[in-house]
Design a protein around this ligand. Structure first.
Ligand SMILES: NC(=O)c1ccc[n+]([C@@H]2O[C@H](COP(=O)([O-])OP(=O)(O)OC[C@H]3O[C@@H](n4cnc5c(N)ncnc54)[C@H](OP(=O)(O)O)[C@@H]3O)[C@@H](O)[C@H]2O)c1
Length: 251
């Protein structure tokens, strides 16, 4: 039986992943225990943990305890994250610090702590749920993109460091997914409306993620059209900026 730790476990994408993992030992982290119990109280092998993942000493204590009780944590899914789609001058200093704490620093801290153990046991898989916004920057996503570009940079280096030990690091970079993410990112619903036709279904994304658990996959970029857009963006950045700023300026 695999032991899989997932952060942001009460989120839309996490809920769909959990549905596809009925036979695994799950360690589900969230900010609200009641919510976790409501969602996963019936899962036969789920340990539900309320924690503030931005508190690194709380993470340290939790992981020390988990390592006493579980032989190994085989898979870490860093899923917690949120966005605010605003012009850069509408973003506060507090927004900047808080979003980096959740989207980037917590992901780095959990990765480094678990990777150290995985390295010792010469197996393991870290799956970082990042975003297409970490590969392609668009207007009104300066802060969100910065947190996600940083998470990808970290993951890419970590992958190289862990390669000799047989530990895998995968980044998952989806385009817009229909979850409650947009309640906060886009409260008036205008962005959501403009990308309606491209919206990914959370169950479909979850299925693709679950399929690559334990596989040495570098990145999972979804949907295919945005993966192509990412390749184009890398090859022709100036033209891509023009298109992103004009024709495809959905936010
Ligand atoms: N939806 C999209 O369009 C989209 C696209 C690309 C990438 N993503 C990424 O996919 C991941 C999952 O998002 P989702 O679509 O499932 O959205 P979601 O339904 O809003 O779930 C995100 C989860 O992250 C945790 N979280 C949010 N804000 C937090 C905070 N301030 N402190 C700690 N934890 C916080 C929450 O988990 P708890 O309440 O359990 O603590 C929340 O349920 C995120 O990293 C997101 O950036 C989403």
């Amino acid at each position: 039986m695999r032991t899989i730790l997932i952060t942001g476990a009460s989120g839309g994408l996490a809920q769909e992943m959990v549905k596809l993992l009925p036979n695994d030992q799950l360690i589900l982290l969230g900010r609200n225990k009641e919510k976790l119990v409501q969602l996963y109280g019936n899962h036969p092998y789920a340990e539900l943990i309320e924690i503030d993942i931005t508190d690194d000493s709380a993470l340290e204590t939790l992981l020390a305890d988990l390592h006493l009780r579980y032989d190994e944590i085989d898979v870490l899914v860093n899923n917690a994250g949120y966005g605010i789609f605003e012009e850069f001058d509408q973003i506060s200093d507090q927004d900047i610090h808080q979003m980096f704490e959740v989207n980037t620093f917590a992901l780095m801290n959990l990765s480094r702590r678990l990777a150290a153990r995985m390295k010792e046991s010469r197996k393991g898989h870290i799956i970082n749920i990042v975003s297409m916004a970490g590969l392609i920057a668009t207007g009104k996503s300066s802060l969100y993109s910065a947190t996600k570009f940083a998470a990808i940079g970290f993951s890419n280096a970590l992958r190289l460091e862990l390669m000799p030990y047989g530990v895998y690091v995968t980044t998952v970079n989806p385009g817009p997914i229909r979850t409650r993410f947009f309640d906060q990112a886009d409260p008036d619903g205008s962005y959501l409306k403009s990308v309606e036709r491209f919206l990914l279904k959370p169950d479909a994304v979850a299925k693709k993620i679950v399929k690559i658990i334990g596989k040495n996959k570098r990145e999972l970029n979804l949907p295919m059209l945005l993966n192509l857009a990412h390749k184009f963006y890398t090859l022709f950045p100036k033209l891509a900026d023009k298109l992103a700023g004009e024709t495809f300026n959905y936010k």
